[in-house]
Design a protein around this ligand. Structure first.
Ligand code: PHB
Length: 396
């Protein structure tokens, strides 16, 4: 309907302008009236499902508010970043330089995020990070135009060590994909587990996105820790949990993790995920009205069950709706726009959260257990967890 109206009005402009020489300005005006929103997300590779869930969430939040931002219609752009860090700068530049987006929403992978971050800092374009937890983006390299709606990599695991120790786990092995997300998740785990009284007996890892776990599982079996803690997400998480069970470790050495391990993968993993314990800022079974409404509406719209990535996308959409409403769609009014985005409360399916000064959510972490193919909440593992924001000087 909207597209048709635009086409018709452009057609009318064509007829009227042909003789007056006004053709170009009319078309430019019609185009620039729309706000240009670019997605840079993984649509292929290990994290493809995460990218799709994020885009779904963004679109749903904006649709619920009439499908516009600050009264302006939206023109969408999309780039598949493939979770490939070496193409991060180039892909972000395509959206910023070629497509001239007003807002760049992306991405999932911490390494790729550093490419987006460089482009966002240099161009000043508004960037919403709907997943990637790389510390630097909201610590030493924080920026007024960069807002994260997800977490920092150590936030979920800062809540993991104590519940593990409280369950009698004294010696743990850590295993992860070796890149910023896994290494920074380890910092949170190491700090919280050792502070509680535990010992990390070994750190194991493999390069992203490899999934040849066999040698590492053999090593875990010989180390005989009280438990294993890990960071894996997306398709590799399915393979890791299945291989862990198939190696006969599941019933001998309990598996714990940063909660991404069990997000969006439970159908594909099946019984190998049952009983896995994690901490995260969301859970399917969170018993608050906002979560129930969200889950029903998402399942209806996309014929899919939502997960934490869908929630983070949804909150990115909500943040944009709120920010752009405050400036009536004027993205150029940066001071007022950023102020509105900094000070708002996001009424999220995960529970209400606020933005830290460094532009990262301050949020509760839940302790969860996989039961009958669902992430069940056991309680709040840590309240109002804020990242340190160490080294962030907004106007530097
Ligand atoms: C990351 O690379 O920052 C990342 C990727 C997937 C997750 C969480 C963090 O689930």
């Amino acid at each position: 309907m909207t597209t048709r109206r635009l086409v018709l009005s452009r057609g009318a402009a064509l007829v009227g302008a042909a003789s007056t020489g006004l053709l170009l300005p009319e078309i430019v005006r019609a185009q620039s009236n729309k706000i240009r929103v670019g997605f840079m997300l993984p649509y292929t590779g290990a994290y493809a499902a995460l990218g799709v869930a994020i885009e779904n969430g963004v679109r749903m939040a904006i649709n619920e508010k009439g499908g516009k931002l600050g009264g302006r219609e939206i023109e969408w752009f999309k780039v598949d970043d493939e979770s490939e860090p070496s193409k991060g700068v180039e892909n972000a530049s395509r959206l910023v330089q070629r497509d001239k987006v007003d807002v760049l929403i992306g991405t999932v992978h911490s390494g790729v995020q550093m490419g987006i971050h460089k482009v966002a800092r240099e161009s000043g374009v508004l960037n919403i990070i709907p997943n990637a937890g790389v510390h630097e983006a909201t610590r030493a390299l924080c920026a007024p135009n960069v807002f994260r709606t997800s977490f920092t990599n150590s936030q979920p695991t800062l809540a993991l060590g104590k519940p593990m120790f409280d369950k009698g786990i004294k010696r743990a092995v850590w295993i992860t994909h070796k890149y910023a997300a896994g290494d920074q998740a380890f910092e949170g785990f190491r700090d919280s587990f050792t502070k509680a009284g535990g010992t990390v007996v070994k750190e194991l890892g493999l390069p992203f996105p490899q999934v040849e776990f066999q040698a590492l599982l053999t090593e875990i079996a010989s180390l005989k820790p009280d438990a294993v803690a890990c960071f894996f997400a997306g398709a590799p998480a399915v393979k890791f949990m299945k291989d862990y069970a198939a190696a006969g470790l599941k019933d001998k050495i309990p598996l714990w993790g940063s909660g991404f391990l069990t997000e969006g993968v439970l159908d594909a993993t099946g019984p190998a995920a049952e009983g896995v314990m994690t901490t995260l800022h969301y859970s399917d079974s969170l018993d608050i009205p906002r979560n129930h409404e969200f889950r029903l509406a998402y399942a209806k719209m996309f014929k899919l069950q939502p997960d934490v990535y869908a929630v983070q996308g949804y909150d990115s959409g909500q943040l944009l709706v709120q920010g752009l409403a405050a400036v009536k769609g004027d993205v150029g009014n940066k001071q007022a726009l950023y102020k509105a985005m900094e000070t708002g409360v996001i009424d999220s399916p995960r529970g209400k959260w606020t933005m830290s000064k460094a532009h990262n959510p301050i949020q509760d972490m839940y302790l969860r257990r996989v039961e009958k193919g669902e992430n069940k909440v056991l309680g709040i593992a840590a309240k109002a967890v804020a990242d340190s924001g160490a080294g962030c000087r907004m106007n530097a």
